[in-house]
Structures are given as structure tokens and as C-alpha cells.
Design a protein around this ligand. Structure first.
Ligand code: C2E
Ligand code: MG
Ligand code: MG
Length: 868
């Protein structure tokens, strides 16, 4: 061997042996990584060369790299080996590159000194001297280079070159084939992996309908293991019993080519699982393109969820269509995308008209800004919930709606559109308004109720407090309304109340609030009253309230029509003014209420004698109304006497009604009726005129008599005082000659009014007496503030004198009290001498009573001074 090697030439025997060895290696197969080094080794050993390498052109055909190398044992070619492994040569570079370029074998006798070859110096250092390289080509194209190196210089040996070249070409073919095989193998593995990983069941059947492929998804879907499924007819595995005939026919059609349409299409079928459960599947059948008998592959997908979703979708679509609400969707630029029946009904556009239009056609001009704002919210992923707004129909009319707008998400959860549900809230609004109205209004008259009145009052009071204004509350009560109700029925009563409410509204200003308190009671709120600057008395507010009161009273001028006949009713008014009479709402309402009740005379029910029946009382009222015109009223007078001297210092005017049908009626029988029916004012006017006339007569006759008369509580008003003063002036009677009698309670309520009344009484010189003193309740401090001249001690105390010690004590106390206040006492109802004596003894100055003189017409009175 050494010798042969030393010769550097290959013998024919060597060549044969080499080719045999190569053929053996190649026949043994195995991956190229094992085969190639063994071929290099066999060749090297046989030929006596110590280093061999295979270079291959890369896939892109740009460079060459060493893919396998071999070196003989004992050759320390570590440097050269690693250099070779890492070298990359282009065409024309280095040993392999030169071969690649020239496409010819290359022989170098001795590498030493070949500085043009990149690896030569390292090869020489590692002891390698001769080198040979031949192309490896396939079908005329160079795919690589085989090179060998020997540890001694060697002359060119063309036989050896041919041998290496032949082996190289064999190797090239082997490699190409192997790589192709590997590629196929890899792609097969990939395909299997894909089939196995598929979520779809992939089932291949042969022409007999037997399963020949059954992937893991099929195992999961149908519940049969691959081992069980393979070889069995799929009709038995996955086709429900009742559908097997159809399945067989279909398969037959497929095989005979009668039904080619089955191929390549998706069909929906019902399949069955191992456990018997049926479920919908989608199957796509393809024919497997392989030689041999036909095979079919079915890709089966479980569409249970999809079918459910589709059904849900259909249900939803049906719900959307049948909804009364407008349900629509719009793109993010506002273009309408879908439009249901409800939307057609609500907005008047058909789906055809609406879809594709901008949603802005639905917004009335004043709401135009709203849509971009809503879409902005949607873009931010926010929901707009129950947004109440106004929309415009196709015909231009407006409709109130509640909108719920939500983002619609695309497949990647991105916001792609907006869904809109619009609910018509016109009815709800109307109902709400109705409920609100009911809560705050009186259903009978439609006027605000007490609740709403109080709210208005609070607002008015707050405003008044801020602006230094006044607020008046008028408490109005229809007199004898109950009679109408009792006599004519509730329906008539209701009509009358409605009529009265309407009349009240008509005479008040729009800014006044007329409310029904309940029953026959009404309230009027007069806000924003101007108050004058002066302290204490606020005449301007008083005037306004007075005029309103007059107007309110005037609504009764015309009779009410009740059941076809005219009925005249009266009313009572109690007035309270903030900040004069009261400081807050409660006080204001309470004072107005009390004022009204006192005005009605309800504080003295004993004086109110009921007529036999309601109609009878109504008739009496009608007759009393006419009594003034018919001159049926007469003034009686009762002497007021100085107890010490018996001198008549004055008279009290006491009213009588000469009713032609009854005779003389005393005030107890008709004054309360008059107070109830609104007749008290004209009657009082008549009394004042008569009193003044009588006073002037006595004046003319030379008697300086004090003329006292009774003023009913409801007329304890500045205007009535003014009337008295005016009448006195007209009759030329000094006001000092007149004395007004008011009851205790009158003096105690309505302090605001009292202030003004008292002021005009003071300045005019009119005298003031408190009537029936002791029967009501009084405040001493209040008494002191009033210019009271005379206290009339109530008859009930006097009647029990002198025996009842209690009455005696009360009377004495009153007398002492009055004296301490600088007020004269006058005892009423003196009927006996004992009474007179007791009173005189206890310091009572004046007296009145049957003992001293009965009430009588002026003509019958003896008013001359007496001497005792
Ligand atoms: P009054 O103002 O307290 O008048 C006194 C009443 O006592 C009068 O009754 C009188 O007749 C009665 N009287 C006088 N002396 C005696 C006596 O010794 N014993 C008894 N038992 N009674 C005596 P009359 O006239 O029936 O008046 C009753 C009430 O009617 C008056 O009480 C007064 O409140 C009211 N009244 C009378 N005239 C008028 C009037 O013109 N206008 C108004 N608004 N009320 C009047
Ligand atoms: Mg009196
Ligand atoms: Mg009296």
C-alpha cells in the first residue's frame, strides 16, 4: 500500500475496489451525514489519501460550503479540518471555487508555496501536500466538489481523477435523491401532523364506505378510537340509523359519478356520536388523488354551536323585527346600516329609505350636536343608556324618545358600528305629567292643591325675604256651600265649586296662585307685594290686598246657576300678610285661616240658630239679601248709662230686621247668616250710615250722645274704618261721637291689620270698645297697645252678680285691670238693682241693661240727662 500510495497512481484494481465500496455504502442507505464520510473514508483508504471533503453549492447557488469531511486516523489535521468546516467559497475562490468555476478537475502536486490558495499554508502546516478536486454534477449542473489531500507531494494522475469524479457523480445523485426523499418524508410528517391537529374530523373512506383514516378530532367528535374505527363502515359509526339508506345511496351516487356535485361542497347533515347523541355537522367531501381504487376524505365539522347561534340569530332577528321599539344600527360615520319595523313605525321612514342615509336626518336642528357626541362616546367604547331626547319623524313632527346606544364589536373586538334602541316615551311622559298634575292639583277644579300651593308659597317667601317684598295669603271659604250640596246634590255642588274656581282665577293676576284647599275652601297667594319703607305699617301692600279682596268678593255678584235656578252665596276671607302678620309659612297660613274663621263667626256657634232645613236657610238668605233694598232693617238703641248718676251718656245701636213674614228678627238669628252669606258687608254699611244719621239728629236736637255700634270681625279692616270716618264726615258728625265695638278675638288676631286699623282709629278720634270682654281670650299687652277706651264686661258675668263669688271676683278684676290701663268699664246686661249696686261699689263707671233701658227705636228713647 505504501508503495502504491507512493506512486500516486490508482490501479484498475483500486478503482474497482473503490467503486464497490461506494456502491456498498450507498446501498446500505442511511442519512447522508453517515454515508458521505464513509464513502470519503473508503476512497481515501483505498487510494492512500489522508483527507477528504464534500462541498455543496447552497440552495441559492451563490456559495459553496463543506458539508462532510473525513481524515485518516493519526493525521493531526485539526487546524485544517476546522478551517475547512468553516470556509465559505464563492465561485472562483479557493480550491472548490476554482473547480466550480472551471467545471474541470484540479490537481496540485504540492500545496507548499501555493499562496494563491487560501487554505494552502494551513494545509502545509498540518502536513498535507498534494490535493485533488473534482466537480460533483447532476444533469450537467455542478452541485458540489469532492476534494482529497495526501501527506506527500504527488504528480497528476488522470485515472484517479476519473475515479473520484465518477464517485462524485454517483454521490451527487445519491444526495439529490436522498434530499428529495427527505423532503417528501418531511411533508408527509407535516401532513399527518396537520391532519392530527385539525379541529375538524378528517375521515377517509374507501369505495366500500369503510374508514381508512380517522384522525384524533374524529375520535373526539364521534367517541370512537382510531383502532376501533378503522376498517368499519362509517354508516355504522356516525350515520344515524334512519339516515343510513340515504347515506348508502349517496355513497353509491358518488362512486358511480352520478352525483359529482357532492364533491368539493359543504353539506349539512345530522351525525350521531358513540353515545347516541345526534348533532349537526358540516361535511366537505373530497376525492383523494391517488392511484388505485377511489378514496374519499370527509372533513366533518361539529356545527352545534353555529346552528345554535344561527337559531339564536334568527330568533333575535324576529324579536328585533317584532319589537315596537326602533332598533337600528349605524356605522361610526353615522350612516344607517339596519332598520327594523319599529323604526319604520316610529320615524316614518321605510327601511329602504333609511338604510344608507345619515342618522342625522332623525335629529331636529336644535339637537344636531347630539349625534356626533353620541358617536364619540361609542368610539371610546362607552354605552349611552336611556338618553332622553327628541327626534324628528319623516313628516317633520317631533317625538320624545329614550335612546340606548351601544358599540357593536368586530371580530377583533374593535368597535365597528353602533346599535341604537329608541323607545317612544311620549305616553310615559304624558303619564308622568298626569301623575305630577294629580299630585299637585285638585282633580275637581284643576287648580293647584294645598301641596303645590305650599311649594309656591315657600318660593314666594324666599323671594320676598331676599327682595324685601311682601306675600299675602287669602283664605277663602264659601259660605253655606254645604247647603247647596245638601239641597241639590254633590254633582251640583261640584259644578258650583268648579265655577267658583274659574271665577277666582279670572279676577286674580296670572302671577297669583289660586288653589283649592279642600271642601269649599280656597287659597290665593299674592306674591311680590311692594312694601313701603316706613316702619310698622305697610299701606301699599294693604291696598293691594284690599283690592284683591274686593275683587274676590266681586265674583259673587253674579249668582251661581244651580240646578237651573240662581243661587247667591257669600264668602269669608281671612288674610295674612308676610312679613306684617307672620314670619313664616305656618304662621301665615294659620293666621289667614283663623282670620277667616273668626270672620265667619264660627267662634260663637250658640248665636247660630239652624233653620229647620237647608233650603229654608237658603231662602232666608235670599230674603235677607232683599231686606236692605226693601228697607226692612231698623236700628234700635240701648242707653249706655253712668252708673253713679243714671245719666245716659250714649247709646248702642242694635240691629233689627222687620221681616214681613216673621216679624222682628233679632241679630242672633240673622247676623251669623249674614256673615256666612257675604251679606254682612252691605248690612254693616247700612248700619254705619244709619248710625251716623241718627247721631247727627241727636246732635241737632242738642244731645251730645256717644253713638256706639258693633263691627263684625270680618270687617275689621282699614277700608271699613275709612268708610266710617268718611260717612261721619259726610253726615257732619264728629268722629269722637262714634264708638266701635269689636270683640276680643277680633282685636287679637291679624295683628298686622290691627296695626293699621288702630293707627287710623287713633288719628281719626274714633272711640274703641272691646265688646263681651271676658268671654274670649285676651292678651293684656295687646290691649295696652290699642287705643281702647271702654271695656264692656260680658253679660254672663253680670248675670251671676252679686251672689256668685267667682263672677264677682272676675268682674272686680276686670274693673281693676281696666282702671290700671286707663280704660273705662261698662257692665252689660244689668237687670237688677243689686247688680247695679255691686258694680258701682266696685268702681264700674258705666252700665247697660234692661234695668237701665231696653233697646228701642230712637223715637221711643228718653235720652235726656237725669238727676238722681
Ligand atoms: P252686644 O253687642 O253684646 O249687644 C248687647 C246685646 O245684649 C243686645 O242683644 C241687647 O238687647 C242685649 N241686652 C241688653 N241689655 C240686656 C239685659 O239686661 N239682659 C239681656 N239678657 N240682654 C240684654 P241684641 O240686640 O239681640 O244683640 C245681640 C248681639 O247682636 C249684639 O251683642 C251684637 O253682638 C250683635 N249685634 C247687634 N246689632 C248689631 C249690628 O248692628 N251689627 C252687628 N254686626 N252685630 C250686631
Ligand atoms: Mg255690642
Ligand atoms: Mg255685648
Amino acid at each position: 500500500m505504501d508503495e502504491q500510495r507512493g506512486q500516486g497512481t490508482a490501479t484498475a484494481e483500486q478503482r474497482l475496489a473503490a467503486q464497490y465500496a461506494v456502491a456498498q455504502v450507498l446501498a446500505a442507505g442511511g442519512p447522508p451525514g453517515q454515508a458521505v464520510p464513509r464513502i470519503l473514508e473508503a476512497l481515501g483508504d483505498l487510494l492512500g489519501w489522508q483527507f477528504g471533503a464534500l462541498w455543496r453549492v447552497d440552495e441559492r447557488g451563490e456559495v459553496m460550503q463543506c458539508t462532510e469531511l473525513w481524515h485518516a486516523k493519526g493525521i493531526p489535521a485539526i487546524g485544517f479540518s476546522s478551517l475547512t468546516r468553516n470556509a465559505v467559497f464563492r465561485r472562483g475562490d479557493g480550491f472548490p471555487g476554482l473547480v466550480w468555476e472551471s467545471e474541470e478537475p484540479l490537481w496540485v502536486d504540492d500545496l507548499a508555496g501555493r499562496i494563491d490558495l487560501p487554505r494552502a499554508s494551513v494545509a502545509a502546516r498540518d502536513g498535507l501536500r498534494a490535493g485533488v478536486a473534482t466537480p460533483v454534477s447532476l444533469e450537467g449542473e455542478i452541485t458540489g466538489v469532492i476534494e482529497f489531500f495526501a501527506d506527500t507531494p504527488r504528480p497528476r494522475d488522470d485515472g484517479l481523477i476519473d475515479l473520484i469524479q465518477a464517485v462524485g457523480n454517483q454521490l451527487g445523485q445519491f444526495l439529490v435523491r436522498r434530499e428529495a426523499e427527505q423532503r417528501v418524508h418531511r411533508s408527509e410528517a407535516r401532513k399527518t401532523a396537520i391532519v392530527n391537529a385539525s379541529l375538524d374530523a378528517i375521515i377517509t373512506i374507501d369505495a366500500a364506505g369503510r374508514a381508512v383514516e380517522w384522525n384524533p378530532a374524529a375520535e373526539r367528535m364521534f367517541g370512537f378510537d382510531r383502532s376501533i374505527a378503522l376498517g368499519r363502515p362509517i354508516a355504522d359509526l356516525i350515520v344515524p340509523g334512519e339516515l343510513r339508506d340515504r347515506h348508502q345511496r349517496g355513497l353509491a351516487d358518488l362512486l358511480t359519478g352520478r352525483e359529482p356535485r357532492l364533491l368539493g361542497r359543504r353539506i349539512e347533515l345530522i351525525a350521531v356520536r358513540a353515545g347516541g347523541e345526534r348533532f349537526p355537522v358540516e361535511v366537505a367531501i373530497t376525492q383523494v388523488d391517488l392511484p388505485g381504487p377511489p378514496l374519499y376524505t370527509g372533513h366533518v365539522r361539529d356545527i352545534t354551536e353555529r346552528v345554535k347561534a344561527e337559531r339564536a340569530g334568527r330568533d333575535l332577528a324576529a324579536i328585533v323585527e317584532s319589537s315596537d321599539d326602533a332598533i337600528l344600527s349605524k356605522a361610526l360615520d353615522g350612516t344607517i346600516l339596519t332598520w327594523n319595523k319599529g323604526a319604520e313605525q316610529l320615524y316614518g321612514y321605510t327601511a329602504e329609505e333609511a338604510v344608507g342615509r345619515p342618522a342625522s336626518v332623525l335629529a331636529p336642528p336644535e339637537r344636531a350636536d347630539e349625534l356626533p357626541q353620541i358617536l364619540d362616546s361609542i368610539r371610546r367604547g362607552e354605552r349611552v343608556s336611556q338618553h332622553e331626547t327628541v327626534r324628528m319623524r319623516k313628516d317633520g313632527s317631533l317625538v320624545e324618545v329614550s335612546l340606548s346606544v351601544s358599540p357593536i364589536l368586530g371580530p377583533y373586538s374593535q368597535i365597528v358600528a353602533a346599535s341604537v334602541i329608541a323607545h317612544d316615551i311620549t305616553d310615559r311622559r304624558r303619564a308622568e305629567a298626569q301623575i305630577a298634575h294629580l299630585a299637585f292639583h285638585d282633580p275637581l277644579t284643576g287648580l293647584p292643591n294645598r301641596l303645590m300651593f305650599q311649594e309656591h308659597l315657600d318660593v314666594a317667601l324666599a323671594r320676598a325675604a331676599r327682595g324685601g317684598l311682601g306675600v299675602a295669603v287669602l283664605f277663602i271659604d264659601l259660605d253655606d256651600f254645604k247647603l247647596v250640596n245638601d239641597s241639590f246634590g254633590h254633582e251640583q255642588g261640584d259644578r258650583l265649586l268648579r265655577d267658583f274656581g274659574t271665577r277666582l282665577r279670572a279676577v286674580t293676576r296670572a302671577t297669583d296662585i289660586v288653589a283649592r284647599q279642600g271642601g269649599d275652601e280656597f287659597l290665593v297667594l299674592v306674591p311680590d307685594l311692594e312694601l313701603s319703607d316706613g316702619p310698622g305699617i305697610e299701606p301699599r301692600a294693604m291696598e293691594v290686598v284690599q283690592s284683591i279682596e274686593t275683587k274676590v268678593r266681586s265674583v259673587l255678584d253674579a249668582p251661581f246657576s244651580v240646578a237651573g235656578s240662581d243661587v247667591n252665596l257669600g264668602l269669608s276671607i281671612g288674610v295674612s300678610i308676610y312679613p306684617i302678620d307672620a314670619r313664616d309659612r305656618h304662621e301665615l297660613l294659620r293666621n289667614a285661616d283663623t282670620a277667616m274663621y273668626i270672620g265667619k263667626g264660627r267662634g260663637r256657634p250658640s248665636m247660630h240658630r239652624e233653620s229647620a232645613d237647608a233650603r229654608g236657610r237658603l231662602a232666608t238668605i235670599q230674603r235677607l239679601r232683599r231686606a236692605i233694598d226693601r228697607d226692612e232693617l231698623v236700628l234700635y238703641h240701648q242707653p249706655l248709662v253712668e252708673l253713679a248718676t243714671g245719666n245716659v251718656m250714649g247709646v248702642e245701636a242694635l240691629l233689627r230686621w222687620n221681616d214681613p213674614s216673621i216679624g222682628t228678627v233679632t241679630p242672633a238669628d240673622f247676623i251669623p247668616l249674614a256673615e256666612h252669606s257675604g251679606l254682612i258687608e252691605p248690612i254693616t254699611n247700612w248700619v254705619i250710615a244709619a248710625v251716623c244719621r241718627q247721631a247727627r239728629e241727636w246732635e241737632e236736637q242738642g244731645y251730645e250722645l256717644l253713638q256706639s255700634f258693633n263691627l263684625p270681625p270680618s270687617l275689621w279692616t282699614p277700608s271699613m274704618i275709612a268708610r266710617v270716618i268718611e260717612t261721619a264726615r259726610a253726615e257732619d258728625v264728629p268722629t269722637e261721637r262714634l264708638m266701635i265695638e269689636i270683640t276680643e278675638s277680633t282685636a287679637m288676631v291679624q295683628p298686622g291689620r290691627v296695626a293699621q286699623v288702630l293707627a287710623s282709629i287713633r288719628s281719626s278720634g274714633l272711640r274703641l270698645a272691646i265688646d263681651d270682654f271676658g268671654s274670649g281670650y285676651s292678651s293684656l299687652s295687646r290691649l295696652r297697645q290699642m287705643p281702647v277706651e271702654t271695656l264692656k264686661i260680658d253679660r254672663s258675668f253680670v248675670a251671676d252678680l252679686p251672689d256668685d263669688s267667682g263672677a264677682g271676683a272676675i268682674v272686680t278684676t276686670i274693673i281693676d285691670l281696666a282702671r290700671s290701663l286707663g280704660i273705662r268699664s261698662l257692665a252689660e246686661g244689668i237687670e237688677t238693682e243689686e247688680q247695679r249696686r255691686f258694680l258701682l261699689d266696685h268702681g264700674c263707671e258705666l252700665g247697660q241693661g234692661f234695668l237701665l233701658g231696653r233697646p228701642a227705636p230712637a223715637a221711643e228713647l228718653d235720652v235726656r240727662p237725669r238727676t238722681r
